[in-house]
Design a protein around this ligand. Structure first.
Ligand code: GTP
Ligand code: MG
Length: 301
């Protein structure tokens, strides 16, 4: 039986389904939203500080010094914390995964040196991460770079990311995003990686208390776009792309993960059902590695 769908069928009376947006809003406000964020990178980069700066609250312990006498403490375990933050009646359930700095736990004495390229471990970690989640690169502690170094570093990172085919968020998917969203995404991609500065300390500038870092030579104001790109990162994360980050994680990454898990189960079941012809013993002893999960496919391959 053929089904014909008319473009738009006129209504003879008020039905009331236009209230669906209010219904969604009401339910969403009641439930709140969940946002998972994980910070990954070298020890002492300022990961914990950045998360606290982003959400304007003390969510995770920065392991830096509380006073100048104290030696630097480090995040040594993967720590997951949950917080509910609220703004104008909107509840955001934040799950923060704070990871210890990788690759250099034994010796981090070079962490103050300006970084000028991605390390091999960065590339390996990034390649794995983009398969399972939305990845947004940042240059932390950008106050330690000169303007020229910052520009050169950005360019270098982008060249390396392109060379390794690492697909970052926001994606360039013409089917998923409409024209307006594509323009916005392109403008965001041009800013990547965001060169940011983090601080939980308030400093007084022109009589106003602002988040910043005061040094002998001046004050870096975190939210001043003349100083760094923190404000662009925060606007992008919270004001323009929060909903899309949540949606694409579930739509692409979680679905891809689920499909791979199902595939792995299917493969292990069929492997168990077909005994190896040369082996006289039962195949239930199986290989010690268990099922090898199929490689996750990139979200917009
Ligand atoms: N100059 C400068 N220092 C920063 C910045 N962000 C954080 N710091 C300082 O760097 C030190 C380390 O910061 P953390 O946030 O603990 O760094 P982390 O990456 O979480 O460190 P681990 O957990 O040990 O991997 C602290 O003393 C911070 O105050 C920044 O943007 N600029
Ligand atoms: Mg930390």
């Amino acid at each position: 039986m053929a089904t014909t769908v008319q473009e738009s069928t006129p209504l003879n009376g008020y039905v009331g389904f236009d209230t669906i947006t209010q219904q969604i809003e009401k339910k969403s406000l009641k439930r709140g939203f969940q946002f998972n964020i994980m910070v990954v990178g070298q020890t002492g980069l300022g990961k914990s500080t950045l998360v606290n700066t982003l959400f304007a609250s003390h969510l995770i312990d920065s392991k830096g010094r509380h006073d100048v006498e104290e030696i630097n403490r480090q995040t040594t375990n993967i720590e997951s914390v949950s917080h509910v933050i609220e703004e104008n009646g909107v509840k955001l359930r934040l799950n923060i995964v704070d990871t210890p700095g990788y690759g250099d736990q034994v010796n981090n004495e070079d962490c103050w040196e300006p970084i000028i390229k991605l390390k091999a471990i960065d590339v390996i970690v990034l390649k794995r991460l983009v398969e399972i989640t939305n990845v947004i690169p940042v240059i932390a502690k950008s106050d330690s770079l000169t303007i020229e170094e910052r520009a050169a570093f950005k360019q270098r990172i982008n060249t390396e990311l392109a060379f390794h085919g690492i697909q970052l968020y926001p994606y360039d998917d013409k089917e998923y995003y409409d024209e307006e969203e594509q323009i916005l995404n392109t403008s965001v991609r041009e800013l990547l990686p965001f060169a940011v500065v983090g601080s939980e300390r308030q400093v007084v500038v022109d009589g106003k208390a602002v988040l910043g870092r005061k040094t002998k030579w001046g004050t870096v104001v975190v939210e001043d776009e003349e100083h760094c790109e923190f404000i662009h990162l925060r606007n992008f994360l919270t004001r323009t792309h929060l909903q899309d980050l949540i949606e694409t994680t579930s739509l692409y990454h979680y679905e891809s993960f689920r499909a791979n898990q199902l595939l792995a189960i299917k493969e292990s079941v069929s492997a168990a059902a077909t005994p190896a012809p040369s082996s006289p013993v039962s195949s239930s002893s199986n290989s010690s590695n268990g099922p090898i999960p199929a490689k996750a496919f990139p979200p917009f391959a």
